[in-house]
Design a protein around this ligand. Structure first.
Ligand SMILES: [Zn+2]
Length: 236
């Protein structure tokens, strides 16, 4: 197995174990992106990884792919800075996608979400659907809603985040769900004091300046260890 495939697998497995629910993480390649075949995330091995072109076409592989592979390629085509995409069905965010109450960062670790977490509603442009992103047209519409942001919800479906590395994308996906759960709990208690735009900018700047082994890397190493994946140093 090529080392790049091995790395992609380790990263996917660590993420899937952390969230323990349907989620897939991908990694950009020179020809497109890596994504596992249609299989439960925690069962993925290196042999299950398929390389796709950005239009969602499998490269020299006939195994059944994930229907929602169009999310990933269209985002990478729209955003050259995107190196990794995590799409998740984690439950914590769902209430915020169906009520009009926006997710706003309230914890320092959640400053990575940015100033705005938009909601994409499949019905706006496509009418009645099964809510899944099943075509490049739907993927492109979602990419427009995300715009220059880092995370967006999908109404009645889940969420998708981007990163300039797999570590950053996974960190963002995990803390999106953490923020959603904390925000729902805080709103029960009273008026919530959220991070200010200035605090969000400072948090992102500090993470962006982190040296190898700090910030996203350190968190990644912890999650990878919990997932039973031996990564002692920064992931290449
Ligand atoms: Zn989905």
């Amino acid at each position: 197995m090529p080392s790049s495939l091995q790395v992609a697998y380790l990263r996917m497995r660590a993420f899937a174990t952390r969230l323990a629910m349907s989620a897939c993480a991908i990694l950009k390649t020179p020809s497109g992106f890596f994504l596992a075949r249609a299989i439960a995330p925690e069962l993925v091995t290196g042999d299950d990884i398929i390389e796709f072109a950005l239009d969602g076409t499998a490269i020299e592989d006939t195994r059944k792919p994930f229907l929602e592979r169009f999310i990933h390629g269209t985002l990478m085509a729209a955003r050259p800075d995107v190196q990794s995409v995590v799409h998740s069905h984690s439950r914590g965010v769902i209430p915020f996608g169906v009520t009009g109450t926006p997710i706003r960062p309230l914890l320092h670790s959640c400053g990575v979400l940015g100033h705005d977490v938009p909601v994409w509603d499949a019905g706006d442009a496509f009418g009645d659907t099964n809510l899944l992103i099943s075509s490049n047209a739907m993927g492109e519409d979602f990419a427009k809603r995300l715009g220059g942001g880092r995370a967006a919800l999908m109404r009645g479906h889940g969420s998708t985040v981007i990163g300039r590395s797999v570590q950053e994308a996974v960190y963002t996906a995990v803390y999106l769900d953490v923020n959603a759960q904390l925000q729902a709990a805080a709103m029960q208690l009273g008026s919530v004091k959220y991070l200010t735009d200035g605090e969000i900018d400072l948090i992102q700047s500090r993470l962006g300046d982190a040296k190898p082994g700090e910030g996203y890397d350190r968190t990644w190493q912890y999650w990878a260890r919990r997932a039973g994946v031996a990564i002692d140093g920064p992931v290449p």
